[in-house]
Ligand binder design. Structure first.
Ligand code: IMP
Length: 430
């Protein structure tokens, strides 16, 4: 039996939706373990489009159990809206197929406001967050003043927890000249929806243990990408959770040995939304073309994504950091019309060559990419399902990329259609 963790190996938006959908059809249990409704996974099944933010991808399939782990930050209103939206498409969501961790932390309206206040005040130093309150909610978790799912259970407890967290927020708000946030209305609103949330809550760690004993196949569904990891990403231009595969264990309540295969979703070029270093960014017509052909607009915020060449140095780095066993290469067809395709194979900084991205943001902004150039294939790969059917130049590009990043390619995606995939290895069947 194998449990698989799927994570993004770049700055998110690698096309996880399609791969996660395919794997969740094989899994019995699908678990979200980090992030919040800053994520956006789009699934198209039998012609129906489902836009998921907080709910695990297993939710749209029959006979799967979906779990929101303790590592996720939950905006309870956003979750209830999403449940309603997905239900309105004919999906059954009950306490039988959705479990929420009792110890997941809540995103509350003052977190969203704090995210906005900070971003607006930061000027050029802004992070470019999704303004969903993700960062402030994780800060409160680590600051031990957060409100967790189980805090909704009693009015007395909720009241005391709200006093603690608002003491902190209101001090900052006053300092920034903003109005204080009132507790009573929020408490009332929370108590109104509490039964709707609490009915799904269970000790997730215990359920996972039971599922493992029953030999159920578990899919850990990562959000964002390793370069947005709060420890290993391009800090401070990162999200506030750990996006690496090992977060699947802490974010759900099982040991690292419960993850048997780590699949890194990797786009055949690079994109990023929001601010921060991006060594291979193309601010020219090739970048524009990648954005247009690749439909590179954020699913959550509709922002235009920045586009650039494939950065082999970065992907090789994230593969090592996260223990990626194999990669699913996505959006190869977006490169179909290019005369020349480049891969970044090293950086140059102050006349010296580097084979990794340095940790200091100043250096990250300074590095110049050194490229290896490949001839484009100038023909359609869209829809190809066998490696041998690919044009020779595409095969060369893929093989060189694989050699450079030092990880096996387990599948290649050649269109948004689920079946347009060249399958080399099925992670659940190794
Ligand atoms: P936050 O997660 O809203 O705090 O945003 C922090 C950074 O992560 C910003 O650059 C966002 O654009 C980026 N980010 C957050 N979630 C995603 C995602 O799902 N895909 C791509 N970028 C994301």
């Amino acid at each position: 039996m194998k449990n698989v963790a799927v994570i993004g190996s770049q700055w998110g938006d690698e096309g996880k939706g399609k791969i996660v959908d395919w794997l969740s059809s094989e899994a019995d249990v699908v678990i979200r373990f980090q992030g919040g409704h800053n994520a956006g996974h789009t699934l198209v099944i039998d012609g129906i489009t489902y836009k998921l933010r907080l709910l695990p991808s297993g939710i749209v399939r029959k006979n799967k159990i979906s779990i929101i782990g303790n590592g996720v930050v939950i905006d309870p209103w956003a979750l209830l809206d999403e449940i309603e939206e997905i239900k309105s498409k004919g999906v059954n969501i009950t306490v039988e197929n959705l479990i929420i961790s009792e110890s997941a932390n809540l995103i509350l309206p003052f977190h969203k406001e704090m995210d906005e206040i900070r971003e607006d005040a930061a000027g050029k130093a802004k992070i470019g967050t999704t303004r969903r309150g993700i960062g402030p909610a994780y800060e409160d978790k680590v600051g031990r003043r957060s409100i967790r799912v189980m805090d909704l259970i009693s009015e007395k407890n909720l009241n005391q927890r709200l006093e603690t967290v608002l003491l902190h927020h209101n001090a900052i708000r006053k300092g920034l000249g903003k109005n204080v946030f009132k507790k009573d209305k929020l408490k009332e609103d929370l108590l109104k929806i509490a039964p709707e949330i609490l009915k799904f809550s269970k000790p997730v760690w215990k359920k996972i243990y039971e599922f493992k004993k029953q030999n159920k196949k578990i899919l850990f569904e990562g959000a964002q990408g390793i370069l947005l990891d709060v420890d290993h990403g391009t800090y401070p231009f990162v999200t506030s959770s750990n996006t690496v595969a090992s977060a699947a264990a802490t974010g759900s309540g099982c040991g690292p040995n419960s993850i048997n295969y780590v699949l890194g979703i990797t786009k055949a070029y690079t994109t990023r939304v929001g601010e921060g270093p991006f060594p291979t960014e193309l601010k020219n017509n090739i970048g524009e073309m990648l954005g247009t052909r690749g439909k590179e607009f954020g699913t959550v915020t509709s922002r235009k994504r920045r586009c650039g060449w494939f950065d082999g140095v970065l992907v090789r780095q994230t593969i090592k950091i996260s223990g990626i066993d194999g990669i699913a290469l996505t959006k190869l067809d977006v490169l179909d019309e290019l005369d020349e395709i480049k891969i970044c194979v090293a950086y140059e900084i102050d006349g010296k060559q580097l084979d990794y991205l340095p940790a200091a943001v100043e250096d990250q902004l300074k590095v110049k990419p050194i490229y290896k150039s490949f001839k484009g294939w100038k023909s359609q790969t869209k829809g190809i399902r066998e490696f041998d059917d690919l044009p020779e130049n595409a095969k060369t590009y893929i093989k060189e990329l694989e050699k450079f990043i030092e990880a096996k390619i387990s599948s290649i995606s050649t269109s948004p259609e689920r079946n347009d995939t060249i399958l080399i290895v099925d992670p659940f069947k190794i």
